[in-house]
Design a protein around this ligand. Structure first.
Ligand SMILES: Cc1cc2nc3c(=O)[nH]c(=O)nc-3n(C[C@H](O)[C@H](O)[C@H](O)COP(=O)(O)OP(=O)(O)OC[C@H]3O[C@@H](n4cnc5c(N)ncnc54)[C@H](O)[C@@H]3O)c2cc1C
Length: 368
């Protein structure tokens, strides 16, 4: 297994439950080597189903935040347009911090940290050859690429590469929001808050412990920042004054979400082609973003986890290993193709010349 994200760890954890040996090779030198990223909502019929297959649903329910499902939409002048709150017993899409999910999945797994894969060569006489950045080589009967958007395993089965969608996110964070920024804490509410303007959006999401992730989203060329007097994204002060200018005229409290941000990270959104498939290659397959990178509309990690759980169940049985992988791939391609279309259309409406499209999409997904 290459990659210790949601796909790889779910695959390994379900296999472990079936008493199958599996080794995860992960590029990061340690579980907490980099910030784990924002909160994830795990859907009842996707991520939660996968956790059920790993025997971890009860632990997830204890850790997750059902109140985090709350969603508020503001107009650019700060008027509240929608203020949706879950019922107390609603467990359809509770939120969990990525770090908590990672630790939950890690449990007893054998993860080799700091093992970056550089290349996978299928069908050698001894099996599938994996080259590591540290110069080592190993062979396996099955190599599963769950190494994310810029997968090093993918070239072994497919020539597809991620393409830029035309939408960039600039991500920042607020800490201890309830004590340090009580006004912003009230603005955000218990879950997420979004504001949609012309070709722009601003989304703030609560994580646990008063941590908030803020995503400024806008249509722009890939190199937009180089046109802003060579804006250095590592210079938080410069970003703090430049990025709010892209949201000119928006209400001051909304822009404060950016002005109070700590560090800033640029995340241009790339996607793989909708309905990405490949001619089956014995001994190698892909899961999660490596197989079907799509816009971040709340399903990528969910699909990655279902992929992991289903592949594990497919290969854990007594049947032929390669047949198990083939059957899984057909199932994954069909599911991912459906979601890739939905999320591509969703991104067009959420970061759109007509902000009413975003509100209409919310009303379709979350009728009050
Ligand atoms: C801003 C944002 C918000 C999102 N919000 C949501 C959400 O709310 N809900 C949701 O379901 N999805 C969400 N997503 C999508 C989600 O993050 C991804 O779909 C999900 O993380 C994919 O999981 P994965 O395991 O396939 O890949 P990843 O999470 O990318 O994990 C890949 C792992 O492989 C490792 N790796 C990479 N290269 C190598 C290598 N060469 N050798 C060894 N290891 C390697 C990486 O270090 C990493 O640990 C969001 C995405 C973004 C960008």
């Amino acid at each position: 297994m290459i990659g210790g994200g949601p796909a790889g760890l779910t695959f390994a954890r379900v296999l472990h439950r079936h008493d199958h040996p599996v080794t995860v090779f992960e590029r990061d030198p340690a579980p907490d080597a980099r910030p784990p990223g924002g909160t994830l909502d795990l859907h009842e019929n996707l991520g939660q189903r996968a956790l059920g297959k790993a025997g971890l649903l009860a632990e997830f329910q204890a850790l997750s935040r059902p109140e985090g499902q709350a969603m508020r939409i503001l107009d650019t002048d700060g008027t509240v347009l929608r203020d949706w709150k879950p019922r107390p017993d609603d467990r359809a899409n509770p939120e969990i911090d990525r770090g908590q999910l990672r630790d939950l999945l890690l449990g007893p797994l054998d993860v080799q940290w700091g093992r970056k894969v550089t290349e996978v060569v299928p069908v050698t006489r001894d099996g599938v050859l994996v080259n590591f950045a540290d110069g080592r080589q190993e062979t396996f009967d099955l190599v599963v690429g769950a190494d994310g958007a810029w997968s090093r395993v993918r070239p072994a089965v497919s020539s597809a590469t991620p393409q830029y969608t035309g939408v960039t996110l600039v991500e920042t964070s607020l800490d201890d929001v309830d004590t340090r920024h009580p006004g912003l804490a009230r603005l955000i509410g218990d879950g997420s808050m979004a504001v949609y303007g012309v070709n722009r959006a601003l989304v703030a999401q609560r994580n646990s412990g008063g941590h908030v992730k803020v995503y400024a989203q806008f249509r722009a060329p890939l190199d937009w920042h180089t046109h802003l007097d060579g804006l250095d994204l590592a210079d938080a002060e410069a970003v703090r004054s430049s990025v709010p200018a892209l949201f000119d005229g928006w209400a001051a409290p909304v822009l404060d979400l950016l002005r109070r941000g700590t560090a800033f990270v640029r995340r241009p959104l790339h996607v793989l082609p909708v309905s990405h498939t490949w001619a089956h290659v014995p001994g190698v397959t892909l899961l999660g973003d490596a197989a079907h990178l799509m816009p971040p509309l709340g399903v990528g990690a969910n699909l990655a986890m279902v992929d992991g759980a289903e592949l594990a169940e497919s290969v854990a049985g007594p049947g032929d290993l390669d047949e198990g992988v083939r059957a899984f791939e057909e199932q994954m391609w069909a599911r991912a193709g459906r979601w890739a279309k939905i999320t591509a259309a969703g991104l067009e409406r959420l970061v759109s010349p007509d902000p009413a499209q975003a509100l209409a999409l919310f009303d379709e997904v979350q009728p009050s």
